[in-house]
Structures are given as structure tokens and as C-alpha cells.
Design a protein around this ligand. Structure first.
Ligand SMILES: NC(=O)c1ccc[n+]([C@@H]2O[C@H](COP(=O)([O-])OP(=O)(O)OC[C@H]3O[C@@H](n4cnc5c(N)ncnc54)[C@H](O)[C@@H]3O)[C@@H](O)[C@H]2O)c1
Length: 319
């Protein structure tokens, strides 16, 4: 039986990844500072540990076939735009601890979850972003400290690979969304935040939108993301690769989609004082299509519908 450790298994992507790997027949160990909030972990074993502590990493990490590094101090724009020192400190330490110990243990292969936030700000100044290619990352100039840490850890992974022979896979995720992700509390990302606001709205109502709503992004549903990670992890490709969608939409359009799903008449109140990140961000999927024959299968309408009704249901449970 193949063995895997998923760090961040108490979070959004990590909890889905633990379930995905279980379904593939792995023996899965999850590690996180907290258990998943919304359902029982699918992992065979779940360890509560703070991965910033090298002694705990030494104690709990063991030789496995595959290590999925998904633990991070992270959130949507509202969180990452104003917690730079904390984010860089925590994430760099987590990742340095895990890579060092993985090399000592000779772990079979390590996956690192990088981000589209690693791309330079100047290539994301227009709403008409035709897609960021992997090579666009350099010369590096991410717009957030969160993105700089991702660039730093990508490079650290590459040097472990080149100098110590540690097998690695690196994905740059572009806005992954779906059920069982944070939807309130300050760390939520735009699809979940907008679903929550619309679920809480009356049949005819207005909601607050950060910025002018004309900023663009592309969104990838969690199931597609997991397939992409799995394919990447089982390929020989070891440089950073985009995992995202190439369908660019404005935040305004996304609000309209969700309002239609909810069957509500929603108008937008723009708040220009809230962070909105880069003006336009999109994935170029040429490399992943050519290398892994992967492209997203779940449309934004389908993915948003699943996400919306999951969030609506969570809110109803609280009433
Ligand atoms: N969700 C996205 O759209 C997206 C986009 C780009 C990159 N990523 C990356 O993917 C990974 C997973 O993201 P997510 O959306 O699941 O985030 P998440 O916040 O839902 O999950 C991260 C998990 O890491 C855990 N964690 C934080 N600090 C820890 C510590 N010191 N020790 C142990 N565990 C700790 C958290 O408790 C949390 O459960 C992260 O590396 C993130 O940067 C996500």
C-alpha cells in the first residue's frame, strides 16, 4: 500500500486531498494544527502538530512515498494583503522544516503548493490578462509578501532537488474553490465570500463588492485541482506548473452568476477602500495541457452552484 502525508490536512485543499488519496488506496497521515472544520478527516491517522517547530517535524514526519505540503498560514486578499510579516515567517519556517526533514528521511517525493501570487505585479496590471506562463515568474516581483515566500520556497525545493536529489513537484494554484473551504472570519477568498454575502441577502438586496468589480480572475474547482496535483506528482516534471482555469471573469460577472444560482436580485455596492489585489490574473495552461494532458472539467457555473449551496446550507445550520 502506498503511503502519503498531507500537511494542512485540516484545511480546504488538504482535507480534500486526504480524501482523494484514500479513494486511490493510499494509507494517509494528515498533519495540521487543527482538525477539518466541516467534516471528519478521511485520513487514516491525524496528527495535531505545529509544523513551525522543527522538533515536532522531526517527531512526526516519517518516510513515506509521497508528502503533500499544503500547510500554510493563508487566506484571501483581505488576509494576505495586511499580514505579510506573519505569513512569511510562518510559511517559510514550515516549508524549510519539512524540506530538510524530507531530505534526511529520503521521502519518495514531495509536492509543494505554490501560488499564482508568485507572478510579477507588472504582468497583471490589465483586466484583459491573456494568461500567465510559468516563465513569466521571472524577473520576480510578486505584489505580496505571501507571493515572495512562494517564490523563495519554489527555489528552495529546486535546490533540494538539484543538490540532494529530493524528488519534487511544484504547482502554482490559481484560485481554487469549492465546498468545505473557509467562507467567513476574514480568511475567505472571493468565491466563498460572495456566496456567503448572497446567501445572507434578502430576495432583493445589495451586497458589498471590494473594488470596482471590474478586476478579473480565473477559478479552478477543487476536484479538477486534485486531479492536476495527482497527475503532476506522478509525472517526471519538476519545475513549477500552473494548475488553474483559463476562463477569465470579472468579480461583477461572478456576483451575477451566484445571484442567478441563488435566484435573488442582487445589486452591488462598491467599496474602493478594501483590497482587491492585482487588476487581472489568469492562467496559461499550455504547459500542463502538453505535459499532463490536464485541463479543468468542471465549469464555473457547476462549481459555483455546488459551492453556493454548500455555504447556504452551512449558514442555515447556524440559524
Ligand atoms: N486555495 C487557493 O486558492 C490557493 C491558491 C494558491 C495557493 N494555495 C496554497 O495551497 C495550500 C493550501 O491552501 P488552502 O486553501 O487549503 O488553505 P487553508 O488555510 O484552508 O489550509 C491551510 C492549512 O494549513 C494549516 N496550518 C497553518 N499553519 C500551520 C502550522 N504552523 N502547522 C501545521 N499546520 C498549519 C492550517 O491550520 C490550515 O488547516 C497553501 O499552501 C496555499 O498557499 C491555495
Amino acid at each position: 500500500m502506498k503511503t502519503a502525508i498531507v500537511t494542512g490536512a485540516g484545511g480546504f485543499i488538504g482535507s480534500h486531498m486526504a480524501r482523494f488519496l484514500k479513494q486511490k488506496g493510499y494509507f494517509v497521515t494528515g498533519i495540521d494544527i487543527k482538525k477539518p472544520e466541516f467534516s471528519k478527516s478521511a485520513a487514516d491517522k491525524f496528527i495535531i502538530a505545529d509544523l513551525r517547530d522543527p522538533k515536532l517535524v522531526k517527531k512526526h514526519l516519517f518516510k513515506v512515498d509521497e508528502l503533500y505540503m499544503l500547510a500554510a498560514d493563508m487566506g484571501g486578499m483581505g488576509f494576505i494583503s495586511c499580514n505579510g510579516p506573519q505569513i512569511v515567517h510562518n510559511n517559510a519556517i514550515i516549508n524549510l522544516n519539512l524540506l530538510k526533514r524530507s531530505a534526511e528521511l529520503k521521502v519518495g517525493k514531495v509536492f509543494f503548493s505554490s501560488s499564482a501570487c508568485a507572478y510579477p505585479e507588472e504582468k497583471q496590471m490589465s483586466t484583459r490578462n491573456s494568461g500567465l506562463k510559468e516563465t513569466d515568474a521571472y524577473p520576480a516581483n510578486p505584489d505580496t509578501a505571501y507571493g515572495w515566500e512562494k517564490i523563495f520556497t519554489e527555489q528552495t525545493c529546486l535546490s533540494y532537488n538539484q543538490e540532494l536529489g529530493l524528488k519534487i513537484a511544484i504547482a502554482r494554484f490559481h484560485n481554487i474553490y469549492g465546498p468545505e473551504g473557509t467562507y467567513e472570519g476574514g480568511r475567505e477568498k472571493s468565491p466563498a465570500a460572495l456566496c456567503r454575502k448572497i446567501a445572507n441577502a434578502k430576495k432583493t438586496d445589495s451586497i458589498e463588492v471590494w473594488g470596482d468589480g471590474k478586476q478579473t480572475r480565473s477559478y479552478c474547482y477543487i476536484d479538477d485541482c486534485l486531479e492536476g496535483v495527482y497527475k503532476l506528482m506522478h509525472s517526471n516534471y519538476n519545475l513549477p506548473m500552473n494548475i488553474g482555469s483559463t476562463r477569465l471573469i470579472t468579480i461583477n460577472k461572478m456576483v451575477d452568476f451566484i445571484a442567478k444560482i441563488a435566484n435573488k436580485k442582487i445589486t452591488k455596492k462598491y467599496n474602493l477602500n478594501r483590497p482587491q489585489g492585482v487588476r487581472g490574473r489568469n492562467s496559461d495552461n499550455t504547459l500542463i495541457k502538453e505535459t499532463l494532458s490536464w485541463e479543468p472539467q468542471i465549469s464555473l457555473e457547476e462549481g459555483l452552484e455546488k459551492t453556493y449551496f454548500w455555504i447556504e446550507n452551512q449558514l442555515k445550520k447556524k440559524e
